[in-house]
Every structure is written in structure tokens, then in C-alpha cells.
Design a protein around this ligand. Structure first.
Ligand code: URA
Ligand code: SF4
Length: 303
């Protein structure tokens, strides 16, 4: 269902003339990704490469996003990537308020169709929808919940690429919070679906015990003695005793007998052999891949 809605929106966007931006476009960029995406990324506007191909984030900013997806073990196919305006502004200028407003119904319909649990805004223009007048330098990385959905503002990847020293670091740190946001959103979804409220711990009273002196003891009835034919049951002790009498310990073969006495010269030799074996095992052990042992802090430099 949502896929058809998205296809319909894309069709409309391709021929849209609701704002000035239609004049300069080569191709409109409706957005792409999974119609059932858990996470939706919303950028600003198509740039040169996007305008040429009609696909979102395929230039340098897109390459940074791809590195981020890889580091987060996500793919473009898992998420949805859209923009606030679907046509490229001339010389990549900022989109004007009236252009954002004209294009808003498309984005509204995309969000409604995908119904993502997490929205990540990229840059101040997509952030403004949820934080009007907010400053990205103060708000980035701070997620909020709205209508059962988590929204997290991030810097625009182009800003991260422009300021590698500071913005890039913050961009990466914010990106690494995404998996936890997804997990949190799943928890919210479960709560809404099932009305799940964590149960109060149940208090179980200890069982009431009756004091011993109050318990009446009725003497058990004497049971009838059971008669057993003497021949039917062989007394086991006798059998075991017979077997024990027959038992002969197996003589220890000379080759397998433990060496109990060694000359002083032999000792270092034995020790040496053992060490050699140990070293051989160590050498044969495959080395751990570098990525496997990286700490979270180190991971931040991965994309
Ligand atoms: N920048 C954006 O905001 N969106 C794109 O699609 C590409 C670059
Ligand atoms: Fe239409 Fe949006 Fe393109 Fe403007 S930017 S022409 S509103 S699709």
C-alpha cells in the first residue's frame, strides 16, 4: 500500500509546478528507499548530482551518508531518504520559505505513508519543521518523541564535510545514537500496540505453617507383611563378593606407564617440548580483525 502511495507522490512531483524551483530542475527528486522503513532521513534540497539523476543524496553528502550507513550496519534499502524540497534551487541556494511551504504536502504524505518510527533530520531546514526557530548547534543529537515517533536532528552532511574538525565529529557522535533510538522506538511501538505496562512485582506471602504441636498424628496401620519366595531374589552381596574374588587388576603396559623417574638432564628437554607446542598453537591462532576489537570511541572515526 505505502509503496503505491510513494509511487503516486513521485509521479506528481515529477511534473509539479507549484513553486519557482520547477523552472530550473533537470529531474525532480522525490526520495527513495523502503516504503516500510523504520528510519527516515530528511535532507534539504537536491544538489547538482541529485538533479541530474533524480535520486537523493548521491553526491559527496550522499557518500558520507553511505559511509555512515555502513558503520551502523544499515543499507539505503532499509531506510527512506527524502528532502524538504524536491527540486534543486539555483546554485544550491537555500530553499525559500514559500518553496518549503509549497512542497510540504508531498513530504507530509511521504511521512504518513511510510510512518517511520524514527525521523532523522539532516540540516536546519528539515529540523525547522519540528523545532521552529531552534538552533541546530544547540539541538543536534537531542531526540524528542512526538506522536509515538522519535525525531532526532543532525547536522547536514555537507556541513560535516565543510568543517571536518568539529562538525564532522558531532555528526558522527549523533549518528551512533541511531541504533539506540531504533531500539527505543520499538519499545514505544510495543507499548502502543499492546497497551503493555510493566507489571508491578507480585508479592507472594509465605505459606502459613501449622505449629508442630498442633498437628495430630494418627498412627499408621500396620501393613501386611509381604512374603517373598526365597529362590526368586538372589542376595546381591554374595554376587558382588564373588566377582571381587575373581577380580584381577589389568597389568600396566610398559609403554603407557607414567614416567616416574627422570634424570636431571631430561627435565629441561621435556619443558622445552611443551613450550614449543604452546607456541605453535599460539602462532596458528588466527588474528582478530582490527574492526572486531575497536572500542566505541574508536568506532567514531570509522566514517
Ligand atoms: N543535500 C540534500 O539536502 N539533499 C540531497 O538530496 C542531496 C544533498
Ligand atoms: Fe513542486 Fe516541490 Fe518541486 Fe516546488 S520543489 S516544484 S513544490 S516538487
Amino acid at each position: 500500500m505505502s509503496a503505491e502511495v510513494l509511487a503516486q507522490i513521485a509521479k506528481e512531483v515529477a511534473v509539479c509546478t507549484k513553486c519557482e524551483l520547477c523552472k530550473g530542475r533537470t529531474k525532480a527528486v522525490p526520495g527513495e528507499g523502503s516504503a516500510n522503513a523504520t528510519v527516515m532521513f530528511i535532507g534539504e534540497a537536491p544538489g547538482y548530482h541529485e538533479d541530474q539523476q533524480g535520486r537523493p543524496f548521491i553526491g559527496p553528502s550522499g557518500q558520507l551518508l553511505d559511509r555512515m550507513f555502513k558503520a551502523l550496519k544499515m543499507t539505503r534499502q532499509d531506510v527512506y531518504i527524502g528532502n524538504v524540497v524536491k527540486c534543486r534551487p539555483p546554485q544550491n541556494r537555500d530553499p525559500k520559505p514559500e518553496e518549503i511551504e509549497a512542497c510540504k504536502p508531498y513530504l507530509d504524505r511521504q511521512i504518513a505513508a511510510i510512518n517511520p518510527r524514527v525521523i532523522v533530520t539532516l540540516g536546519r531546514f528539515s529540523m525547522a519543521r519540528w523545532w521552529p526557530g531552534g538552533r541546530i548547534s544547540q539541538l543536534h543529537g537531542q531526540a524528542k518523541t512526538e506522536g509515538g515517533r522519535i525525531i532526532m536532528p543532525m547536522f547536514h552532511p555537507a556541513a560535516a564535510l565543510r568543517d571536518q574538525e568539529r562538525t564532522y565529529q558531532m555528526f558522527r557522535e549523533d549518528a551512533f545514537t541511531i541504533p539506540a533510538l531504533i531500539e527505543k522506538s520499538e519499545e514505544i511501538a510495543r507499548t502502543e500496540l499492546w497497551g503493555f505496562v510493566p507489571a508491578e512485582p507480585e508479592i507472594i506471602e509465605p505459606e502459613k505453617t501449622i505449629p508442630v504441636e498442633k498437628v495430630k498424628v494418627t498412627p499408621a496401620k500396620a501393613e501386611k507383611p509381604v512374603r517373598v519366595k526365597a529362590a526368586a531374589v538372589a542376595p546381591p552381596e554374595i554376587k558382588v563378593a564373588e566377582e571381587m574374588a575373581e577380580y584381577q587388576p589389568t597389568p600396566v603396559m610398559e609403554e603407557t606407564a607414567p614416567v616416574l623417574a627422570v634424570t636431571t638432564e631430561e627435565v629441561p628437554e621435556i619443558v622445552q617440548v611443551e613450550n614449543k607446542e604452546e607456541n605453535a598453537v599460539k602462532a596458528a591462532r588466527p588474528r582478530k580483525k582490527k574492526e572486531d576489537v575497536k572500542s566505541i570511541a574508536e568506532q567514531l572515526t570509522m566514517f
